[in-house]
Design a protein. Sequence first.
Lengths: 976, 172
Amino acid sequence: MTQNRPFRLPKGGRLIDRAYQLPFRFDGRHLRGLQGDTLASALLANGQMMMGRSFKYHRPRGPVASGAEEPNALFGLGQGGRFEPNQRGTTTVLETGMVLRSQNCWPSLDADLGEINNWLSPFFPAGFYYKTFIHPRPFWKHVFEPIIRRSAGLGRAPTDPDPDRYEQAYDFADVVVVGGGIAGLTAALAAAKGRTRVLVLEQSGHWGGRTPVDHKGGQAQIDALLDELRAKKNVTLRRNTMATGLYDHGYLLAREALADHDPNLGIPRQRLWRIRAGQVITATGALERPLSFACNDVPGVMLASAVRDFIVDFGVAPGQRIVVVTNNDDAYRTALTALDAGLEVSAVIDARPEADGELVQVVRARNIPVLTGTAIAKVKGSRQVEGVAICDQSGDGTITGGIDCDVVAMSGGWSPVVHLYSHCGGKLIWDEAQAMFRPDPNRPPLGADGQGNVTATGAAKGDLTCAGDLERPEGATMPVWVMPAQAPYKLRSKMWLDFQNDVKVSDVELAAREGYASVEHTKRYTTLGMATDQGKVSNINGLAVLSGALNQPIPATGTTTFRPPYTPLTLATIAAEARGDAFQPLRKTPMHTWHNLNGAHWEPVGHWRRPYCYLHAGEDAHTAVAREVLAVRNGVGTLDASTLGKIIVKGPDAGRFLDMLYTGMMSTLPVGKCRYGLMCNENGFLSDDGVVARLSDDTWLCHTTTGGADRIHGHMEDWLQCEWWDWQVYTANVTEQYAQIAVAGPKARELLQRLPGTIDLSPEALPFMTWAEGELAGIPARIYRISFSGELSFEIAVPAGRGLELWEALHHAGRDLGIVPYGTEAMHIMRAEKGFIMIGDETDGTVIPQDLGLNWAISKKKPDYIGKRAQARSHMTDGNRWRLVGLESLDGRMIPDGAYAVDQGLNANGQRVVQGRVTSTYHSPTLGRPIAMGLIRHGPERMGQVLDFPTPAGETIRARIVDPVFYDKDGGRLNA
Amino acid sequence: MPEALATIAPVAGLGMITIRANLSRAGDAIAEASGLPIPEATRITTDGSRSLGWMSPDELLLLLPAAETAEALTALTNALAGEHALVADVSDLRAVFDVTGPKVQQVLQKLSPTDFAAFPKDGLRRTRAAQVAVAFWRQGKGFRVIGMRSTGDYLRLILENATIPGSDLEPR
C-alpha cells in the first residue's frame, strides 16, 4: 500500500523539528519520523494510511481525526510491563525507539483473517449479540459465547506489572479554565483580576487549540495572550494536563503527563490532579462531525480539519489529490490550506443548494470547482480512497459523475465539547441554526450555593467565531445527517456512524424499527458510542439518524449521558502511590520486627498484621500452633496483645455512660478491679467485648477487640456528641500508646517474679480480675490479671516505645521455663477450649448476648443500656433462637466451620431445614481431639443429643451437643 | 541531576500530652501550666521548645521535650483539679517526621487535600496523607508531620515517594 511519493511536504509543519529524525517500529517495520510528530503524522509521513482494523467487521481503518476524538488510529504501544493497548495515534507524541503494533488484526494488518466478518456483515446486524442470547438457546452457551469472549475487547491487555511510578497531587483555584485555545486563554486573562487564583489546563503539549492552524496571525494572538498570562503571579498554565471529569462541589480531576515521553526519566509517569475549583470555565472547543455517505470509512476519508492539521502542524500530506465534501463554509479552509501546500484539490462537494460565503468565493477564485447541491454517492477503493462517485444531495444516489482522488476531507459541521459541562448536571439545548447541542447557560451545573459553577466559552459554548476571523463571514451550515438525502438501504448500510465499533446508519434505523425509541437503549443495542472513543465523532450523527427514523425532532431524542473520563485514564494513575509496599497502610506493633525475625506466620486483622503462629524450621502452621498451645498450657508463653483497643473514659458521668454502653454494670466496679463487658448496638446485637479496668474514682480504661478500637471509640463519641452532649465525659483512644503483652501459663507468675519490679504479683495481692501499677524490669507498667487462655495470665501494658525491651526481657528470663511466643491461632484455640466466645466467630451481627449464654454479663438492675429495648422484642426473647453449645464429633472428625445442623424436611425454597450451625471449630491439642462450638435451636436444653452436619463433600459428620467449656470448667488454673 | 524535593527525618525524644477540657473555662489554667498561650482554632502556639496545638473544640496537644513530660503531666493535672478534664501521656502513640527542603510544601500537596495558599503560618492541620490520618504544622523551615505509630513505616514511605527528584509540581 505504501506508495512512492513524498508524503512529507518540503516545507511547513509548525510542530515538527526537521533536524531530529526519530526511528521507530510499526508492526516490525523500521520507520522514521520527526521530532514533534504524533504517531499518526509519522505513519502518514511514511505513506502508511491504514493503521488498524475495526472491531466488528475488521475493516481497514485510517485516521479520521487529528485529536482526542480519533476512533481508528489506536495502537498497542511499548513492550513488556510498559505495553499499553489502545494508545491514540493522533495525541501520542512520537519518541525515539517506540514500538507500535496495529490492533484487531491477525495474522497481520494487511492480511487479516477476521476480515471475513466484513463479507458476513449482513448476518451481523445491530443487536446481533443480544439476539444470540435468545434463540436458539443452546447456541449461546456452546457457540456464540465462546466465540464472542475470544474476540471481545479492542487491543490486548498487558500481562506484566506496570514498572512506572504514578502520583497524585491536590490543588485549589478560584477559577479553573479547561482548554488552552484562544477562548480559554482569553477567559483566563479576564478572570485573572486582582488576586484571583486562575489555573489553565491544556490537554495537549501546545497552546492555542485550532487558532494557529485556522487563522492568519492566530499564533501571534496566542503568543500575546500567553505573554500576558505568564506575567501574572496568580495564573498557573499547565500543559499536557487533560481534565478528565468534573464532579460535585467543583471537584475536578485532571491527568498530567509528566514522563509519558520518557519513562526512564525516573520521575512519575503521570500525575492525577485532584482540584477544588471555585468556578470552572470550559473552553474545550468543538469537534468536527463526519458526514454519513457510503463507504465513508475507507482509509483516506478524514475530517476536513484533520487534513489541514496534518498539513499545517506536521508538514504531512495525507494525499496528493483532495476532494472536500461539506455542508458548511469552514471546510473550505482545508481546500485553501491544501492548495497553499501545493496539493491538488479536485473539487469541493457542497451539499448546500447554494454557497456564497467569503471562503467559498476565495476557493472559487482559485479555479477550484465548487459543486453545490451535490453529494458523495459512494467512495471508491477498499484499503485506500481511489475516488468518489457523486450524485444530487436531494436524490436517491443515482450517480451523476466521478472524481479521482486519494483523500476525502469531510465536514458535517461542528459539535461543542460539552462533556465537562454535562458531567455534573449541566443541561444542553439544541441550536437549530448551527445544528448543534450546546450548553444551556440558564441550566448550568450548580455549586453548593445553588448558583452555577461552570461556564462554557468559545466554541465549547457554540460560538464558532471566537477566533475573530470576522473579515470572512461564513455562510450558514445546512444539517446533513444522511448523504444523499434519499439514499436507499444499500447505501445506508455502508454509511458508518461509529467507526471503531462498526455501527452504521442502517443499524440505528433497525434499532428504531425494533422499538428502541430511547437513545440510551439504542446506544446499548447497537453499541453506538460504546467504543474507547466514547462516541466523540459518532454521537450527534447517531442520535440525528435515530430522530429521523423515529420521525421526531432531535431535541426530543436527546443525547446519551456524558460520563468521565473525557479520554481513557490508565488505572495506574488512579491508584497512584497506592501500590507495592504503599498499597495499603499496614499497622505494626512495637514488636513487629521481632516477630518477623522469629518466624512469624502473619495473619491480617484489620490493617494490623498479627503473628498467627511462629514457625520453627521444618514446621507447618498446624504443628506450630499445637506446639504453642501445649507450651502455654504446660509452661508459659507470650502473646503480643498490643493491637487490642484501649480507650480511657473519664469524667463525673463516666460511670453512668459506661453503664449505658455495656450490658453489665461498670459504675460499681471498684478501683483496682477489672470486669468483662459486652457492648451491643441499638438493635441489641452483640458488637464488641473486652475487659474494663477502673483506674480511679472517675476514670475507666475500656479494652476493645483489635478490630473494634476505632469503631468503638467512634461509637462512644457519637453518643457523647449527638445524644448525651450534656454528660461530662471525655474519652481518649490510647491504643497505640501502649505495648501490651499477655504472659500466660502455669509458670507465668514465676517468670514475672524473676524480673525486677515493684508490683506484688502474689495471688493474694493481685487476684484474678484485678490490676496493679508499678515498675517491671525497670519499665513503668500496668499489670492486669486477666485471661483469655484459661491459664494463669497477666497482661502487661508498657509505653509502646519500651514494648520490645520488655518482650525481650521476658524471653531472656524465661528461656529455662520453655517460654514460647504464641500467635493468634493458639490464642483462639485456648479460648475455645475454655468456651470463651470470640467477636466475629460466635457473633455475626445477628447474635445477642442471650444467645451465647452470657446472661450473667447483663445487668438486671439497670433501667437501660444500649440494646436493652431491642432485646425485649418478641423475636429476641423467642425460645426458638439458636443458642450456644459445645459440639463433640462422634468419630473424631472435625466439623467444618460454618457447617449446618440439618433437621427433617424441606423449606419453602426446597432447601433442607436447618436447626443450627458451627461457629468455631478446632483441633484441640490440649484434649487431643476436635472441639467445636455452635448455635443450635434449643441447644442448652438438648445436652447429649446427636446432630447431623452434612459437609460439602457429601458426607455427614455426627456430633453430640455438650457443654461449651471443654477445659478446666471450675477455673482452678485461671485463678491460680 | 535534580535534588529530592525534601528530606524526611524521624523525630525522637518528643513528649506529648493530650488535654481534653472546656477551653473557655479551663484555658487560663492550661496556659499557665503548659507555659504557652491557648491556640486559636486550627492553630498552634510555640515558644521554640514547647508547642500547644488545637486538635478540636475541647482538645489540645502539648508537645515538649520528653524529659519534661512527667513534670508537665503533674502540673496540668494539678492545674485542672476540680475541673472536668482528661490529661494523658500519649508520647508513644505517634510517629513524628520533620520534612525539610526546597519544596517541602509540594511533598505534602501530593498527599494531603490542603490548600497551602490558605494555610496560616501558625496553622495546625488535621488531615490525611494518602490513606492515613495525620496532622502537620510549620516547624523551622519545614513541616512537622505526626501520624499514628503503627503506620509510621507507611507514612515515611509515602513521604519519601513524594520527594522523588524531578517530580516537582511546577508547570512544565
